[in-house]
Write a protein that binds this ligand. Structure first.
Ligand SMILES: [Zn+2]
Ligand SMILES: [Zn+2]
Length: 415
């Protein structure tokens, strides 16, 4: 799968069909102009609508879908690549090993509790599926040898379970979307009665909430890009994120600009609890990473924070920005009003950002041969995290922060 699926559902306000991209977090109804966040606790569950939903031998087979960056600590460098793959989450004789359909034509629908159908229970979980998908890609030789991986992580942009419909008629398996012949199968209609299936209400789906994109503080409409997860209200400056109970406020700080800045971009500043290494002070960090710096006595008491971008960018840029800000440890301050400042949207939440910390440490470290073998024993968990906006000024096609030596293409943040 290399194309992105479109998702279509009914506007919770006016019922009109609204479509968006799989990775979208925020949709705006083109008819009533209401925007809303799509919120689910787990990976999104979708289904492909069958052509004949009343067929008596119809059943749905689940497929895992992942698109995102894969980071690995190989001897002795960080490798990154994009994994865009899918595989059946349950095996059944004759059922195709990929969805193999035409995403540009077919639209996914959210599996809601009221969606009718028999849904096969997955027999491999998402983490097992990820490992298998990655092994297959490696077996094809796309990404070199499978060398030791001291530490790795998957940074998912799209993680979902898609149910595709099939039916059986006289020993023949049919694709239920297209009503198309797939081939003979040893399964009979009677076997279908014994498959481990459940309904959407019994747990095949996950609860999806559509939360109006209205500032919880001042009631203003939030304006953001579709992939936005945390949005700053242009009217009152409050940042908010969707949660199980609606939109809730996200605290943030700011690094003051010099008056030339065009936009402030969001980063996460994360204090960690560690196992397997000493990493409390900035002095610890310099020793651990072997940075070419003479440790000053006051650094022993200077608390250390990891920094990561909170906006989407390609893996190498993500690592470079995380490195430069983490090494610089800039000071931020609380802010009470925006004064017309332009704030970029955040696409990455704190928990997801924290998945990158070990890789980031490995990337910054100058003594990779020493650190990498210790990585499996090291654990870094969030103690505290806060969003901090960093000022960027315009320099041709680039956005730059001269103090922190950061630069990126304007297009990356949609400018
Ligand atoms: Zn609408
Ligand atoms: Zn507001």
């Amino acid at each position: 799968m290399t194309l992105t699926w479109q998702v279509e559902h009914a506007c919770p306000q006016c019922g009109a069909p609204v479509s968006g991209d799989e990775a979208d977090q925020l949709l705006i109804c083109p008819y009533c102009r209401v925007g809303y966040y799509i919120h689910a606790r787990e990976a999104h569950r979708y289904y492909l609508p069958p052509k004949n939903p009343r067929h008596k031998n119809l059943f749905f087979v689940p497929y895992w879908r992942f698109k995102g960056d894969v980071y690995a600590c190989r001897p002795f460098k960080i490798t990154t690549h994009i994994l865009d793959a899918g595989m059946p989450a349950a095996s059944l004789d004759g059922v195709p090993s990929s969805l193999g359909l035409r995403p540009q034509v077919l639209k996914l629908k959210f599996l809601m509790p009221e969606t009718p159908g028999r849904f096969l229970v997955p027999d491999i979980d998402f983490n097992q599926a990820l490992t298998l998908m990655e092994e297959r890609v490696n077996a094809l030789g796309h990404f070199g040898k499978t060398e030791t991986n001291f530490a790795g992580t998957y940074f998912g942009e799209i993680v979902s379970l898609i149910y595709a419909p099939y039916y059986i008629d006289n020993g023949i398996l049919y694709d239920g979307v297209l009503d198309m012949y797939l081939g003979s199968t040893s399964m009979t209609a009677e076997d279908l009665e014994h498959l481990p299936v459940r309904t959407a209400r019994e747990g095949a789906g996950v609860e999806v909430r559509f939360i109006p994109a209205i500032c919880p503080h001042c009631g203003w409409n939030l304006e953001a890009s579709p992939e936005s997860l945390i949005t700053v209200c242009h009217h009152c400056g409050v940042a908010s994120q969707s949660t199980d109970t609606g939109l809730s406020r996200v605290a943030y700080e700011l690094i003051p600009g010099n008056g030339q800045e065009e936009i402030y971009l969001p980063f996460w500043r994360i204090a960690v609890q560690t196992l397997g290494i000493e990493l409390t002070s900035y002095a610890d960090f310099v020793r651990l990473t072997n940075l070419p710096r003479v440790i000053r006595p006051e650094w022993e008491d200077l608390p250390f924070f990891f920094w990561t971008p909170a906006f989407k960018c390609h893996a190498n840029l993500f690592l470079r920005l995380a490195r430069n800000v983490t090494v610089a440890q800039p000071k931020s301050q609380a802010i009470d009003h925006l004064d017309g400042k332009k704030m970029g949207d955040a696409h990455i939440n704190l928990e997801t950002a924290s998945e990158s910390l070990k890789i980031s440490l490995a990337n910054i470290c100058q003594a990779k041969r020493v650190l990498f073998p210790k990585l499996p024993e090291i654990s870094l968990t969030i103690d505290q995290g806060i969003m901090v906006f960093i000022p960027f000024e315009s320099l041709g096609r680039e956005l730059v922060d001269r103090d922190l030596k950061l630069s990126l293409d304007r297009k990356i943040v949609g400018l």
